[in-house]
Design a protein around this ligand. Structure first.
Ligand code: FES
Ligand SMILES: [Fe+2]
Length: 455
C-alpha cells in the first residue's frame, strides 16, 4: 500500500504559494507509488501514431506507465489498446515488438484472444472447465482510445473527460504540431522504429524540461557551436532555417488547470522565407513552397511557430524535428524514454533524408542535444537523493509575480507569456496540476467493464 493520504502534496511537497518544491517528488518511493495510482490511470497517455499500424491486423507494443499494452488495428480497421496481460495468470499474450496478427495466443496455458480482445480459445474447456467458464467475461482489458489527427492516446478511466476536452487550450499548439510544414493536415508517417532508452532519473525531469525550460540553454553551448540544424547553419533547429536574422519573440504557454505546456515563437509580420538549402534544390524548393503555402493558408496565425511542449503528465512533442514520445516511469529513479520520429509522408526522399540525419544528430540517445539533457537530469536526480541535500527544497520562483504579462494575439490559446527573460511559469502550472491530482486520490479504482469493452 502506498500509505494513501499520509503525504501532503498541495501546499506540502509542492508549495506554489512560495514557489517551493521538495526534492522528494523526484526520489520518494511512496510518492512514486502514489503517482502510479493517482496520475497515470487518470490521464490520457500517448501510445503511438496510426502510421505504425497502417494495415488491418497490424500491432505494436506500447507502454502505459509501467505496463505493457498492445496497440493494434483489428481486421475491421478499428484501433484498440489492450493491457498485454493474460486474464488467466498475467502472462504477456504478445511478446513481439510489432507484427500482424488477428490472434494473440498466450504462451503459458494457451488461452487465445482475438484482435478485438475477446477470449476465443480455452484449452480443455470441456474436460477441465466443464464448459463452466464464461469466455465473454475474460477478454483482454481494454483502454479508451482516441486518435487525434493520427496521434493515438489511451486512458484507463471512464470518468476522465474525453481527449479533446482534456487537452483544453493546448489544442491550438497541438494542432500547430500536427500540421505538415505546408500548414495542411496531411499524413505524417513514423520513420523506422521506436527510440527506446533508459535514463537514470525520475520521469518528471524530462517532462518538466520539455515543458518550458529555456533557462538551461547554457548547457547546450557545445551543441550551439557546431552545425546541427538541417539547413547547415549554426544552430539546433529546423526553424532556425527560416528565422535567422529575423525579429522573433519567444513564448511560454501554459494551460490551466490541465497542466499542459507549450513553447514557441512569434515572427515579425510579413516574414519571408530565407534561402537555406541552396546546395539541395529539391529540399530548398520543398521548404520554400511549404513556407509560402502555410502563410497563405494560415494568414496571421502563420506567425506562430511551435517548438514543442508537454501534454500532462508524461508526453512531450517537438516541432521541427517532429518527434513525439513518453517519459515512462520505471521506478522513482529511472525513466524509460520511448519516442517516435515522423516525416511528411508525401515529401521527396531527399527531404526525408535531411530530416532523418537531423533527428539522429539532434535527439534520442545518439543526439547531441539529448545527451546534454541526459547528463543534466541524471546528475540532478542523483543530487536530489542525498541525505543532506534532500532536506533543501528547490525554488520554482522564477518570474513569480510577473506573470500578468499577457499576450494580445487573442487567437493564441492558454496563458501566454513573452520570455525574453525566461520564466518557470510553465513548470509551476505543470506541478500545480500534479499536486492537485496527487492530493485527490480516486475514491475507488475506475475499472472498465471488460465484457462490454470486448463487444
Ligand atoms: S497465463 Fe495465459 S493462459 Fe495461463
Ligand atoms: Fe535541452
Amino acid at each position: 500500500m502506498s500509505g494513501a493520504g499520509s503525504i501532503r502534496y498541495k501546499g506540502g511537497l509542492v508549495n506554489l504559494d512560495k514557489g517551493m518544491i521538495s526534492r522528494d517528488i523526484f526520489t520518494s518511493q511512496q510518492v512514486y507509488e502514489d503517482e502510479l495510482e493517482r496520475i497515470f490511470p487518470r490521464s490520457w497517455l500517448f501510445v503511438g501514431h496510426e502510421s505504425q499500424v497502417p494495415e488491418p491486423g497490424d500491432y505494436i507494443l506500447a507502454r502505459m506507465a509501467e505496463e505493457s499494452v498492445i496497440f493494434n488495428r483489428d481486421r475491421h480497421g478499428k484501433l484498440h489498446v489492450f493491457l498485454n496481460n493474460c486474464r488467466h495468470r498475467g502472462m504477456r499474450v504478445c511478446r513481439y515488438d510489432k507484427g500482424n496478427s488477428t490472434k494473440f495466443a498466450c504462451p503459458f496455458h494457451a488461452w487465445v484472444f482475438n484482435d478485438e480482445g475477446a477470449l476465443v480459445g480455452v484449452p480443455k474447456m470441456d474436460s477441465a472447465y466443464h464448459n463452466e467458464l464464461d469466455k465473454s467475461q475474460w477478454g483482454l482489458i481494454e483502454a479508451r482510445v482516441y486518435s487525434y489527427r493520427g496521434y493515438v492516446f489511451a486512458c484507463w478511466d471512464e470518468a476522465v473527460p474525453d481527449f479533446e476536452t482534456s487537452i483544453g487550450d493546448l489544442r491550438f499548439y497541438f494542432d500547430d504540431y500536427c500540421e505538415l510544414p505546408d500548414g495542411t493536415y496531411g499524413d505524417w508517417e513514423a520513420f523506422g522504429g521506436i527510440f527506446k532508452w533508459r535514463v537514470p532519473c525520475n520521469w518528471k525531469w524530462g517532462a518538466e524540461n520539455f515543458s518550458g525550460d529555456y533557462y538551461h540553454n547554457p548547457s547546450h553551448a557545445s551543441v550551439d557551436a557546431v552545425v546541427l540544424s538541417p539547413a547547415g547553419v549554426k544552430g539546433r533547429h529546423t526553424y532556425d532555417t527560416i528565422t535567422r536574422k529575423r525579429e522573433v519573440e519567444l513564448l511560454n504557454i501554459c494551460v490551466r488547470p490541465e497542466g499542459h505546456t507549450a513553447r514557441g515563437q512569434l515572427f515579425a509580420e510579413n516574414y519571408e522565407y530565407l534561402p537555406t538549402y541552396q546546395e539541395m534544390a529539391v529540399v530548398e524548393d520543398y521548404f520554400r513552397d511549404c513556407c509560402n503555402k502555410r502563410q497563405s493558408l494560415r494568414g496571421e496565425k502563420a506567425r506562430f511557430f511551435g517548438h514543442g511542449g508537454t501534454i500532462f503528465p508524461n508526453v512531450s512533442f517537438s516541432n521541427g524535428v517532429q518527434s513525439m514520445g513518453s517519459w515512462h516511469p520505471n521506478g522513482p529513479n529511472e525513466t524509460q524514454v520511448w519516442r517516435i520520429f515522423l516525416v511528411p509522408k508525401e515529401a521527396p526522399d531527399e527531404v526525408k533524408d535531411v530530416l532523418r540525419h537531423y533527428v539522429i544528430r539532434y535527439q534520442g540517445p545518439s543526439g547531441l542535444t539529448e545527451q546534454d539533457d541526459m547528463e543534466n537530469w541524471g546528475s540532478a536526480h542523483e543530487g536530489s537523493r542525498g541525505t543532506i541535500a534532500r532536506r533543501y527544497d528547490y525554488p520554482y520562483t522564477m518570474g513569480m509575480g510577473h506573470e500578468s504579462k499577457g499576450w494580445s494575439e487573442e487567437w493564441l490559446g492558454g496563458e501566454v507569456y513573452v520570455t525574453e527573460n525566461v520564466s518557470e511559469q510553465n513548470q509551476r502550472a505543470y506541478y500545480e496540476r500534479w499536486a492537485d491530482m496527487m492530493e485527490h486520490p480516486p475514491t475507488a479504482p475506475q475499472l472498465r467493464d471488460t465484457a462490454a469493452a470486448a463487444e
